[in-house]
Design a protein around this ligand. Sequence first.
Ligand SMILES: Nc1ncnc2c1ncn2[C@@H]1O[C@H](COP(=O)(O)OP(=O)(O)OP(=O)(O)O)[C@@H](O)[C@H]1O
Ligand SMILES: [Mg+2]
Length: 258
Amino acid sequence: MIQQSPPLLRVEKVSHAYTGGPETVPALAPVTFHVADGEFVCIVGISGSGKSTLLRIIGSLLRPSTGQVWLDGALSTQPHPEIGFVFQKTNLMPWRTALENVLLPLELLGPIGPAQRSQALSLLELVGLADFADAYPAQLSGGMAQRLVLARALVRHPRLLLLDEPFGALDALTRERLNLELLRIQTAQKQTVVMVTHSINEAVFLADRVLVLGEQPGRILARIAVDLPRPRSLAVMGGEKFGAIATEIRRHIGLVEG
Ligand SMILES: Nc1ncnc2c1ncn2[C@@H]1O[C@H](COP(=O)(O)OP(=O)(O)OP(=O)(O)O)[C@@H](O)[C@H]1O
Ligand SMILES: [Mg+2]
């Protein structure tokens, strides 16, 4: 019998209302889901359905109005190194080289020596930037900059990687390439990932499971298992099963009749 390990991430009845402004904005209705160790979960939903709010709460960048987030059995209330974050906008330091940007999270832990340097270099290699260690962010293309952010998010070996539209600003071809790289990295590191995306095809291509968030306040409309075999190549997108899963997601979002 296969032993079921406890989930790495538990999101329990998490809701959120923004209260700072003149009106209270209910952004997220109570949402509950679990993510297994090594699982890749994508969150899709229309604009304003609370996806970023949910991700920020999981990363403890925002406190939920109700509910809790548990990571590896412990209540999570503060941002910590066990969680890596990549946002849509790259927040690289322009005056630091690629290597120095990747080293940044390690500098918070202590002095940088040869061990840290070689770790950062091997991550640059992992994301295909080995030849750009000494380049500055302004010298990198959009896709390269986003890969650099990914390397920086991985440098402290996070148990959980949170991605909020990481490739949203990139052209379709670059995006496909980075999706392939992301899958390769995720498989190599057995990385647990929760990723927000606007692209249903991207979600089906990458995920083990897709959560569909519905309108304000966001709640989970559907949980869809993507039982396409791995490793996946781009050819999988042409398959019948892929199409059927994507259509089911569109139906839940209300993009197709039925
Ligand atoms: N700081 C804030 N103050 C007040 N309301 C906010 C704030 N941030 C988000 N909201 C509101 O909360 C709701 C959910 O926002 P959120 O950014 O989580 O949606 P989203 O699903 O990520 O949207 P998008 O796909 O456009 O990124 C929206 O109605 C938004 O206007
Ligand atoms: Mg968002």
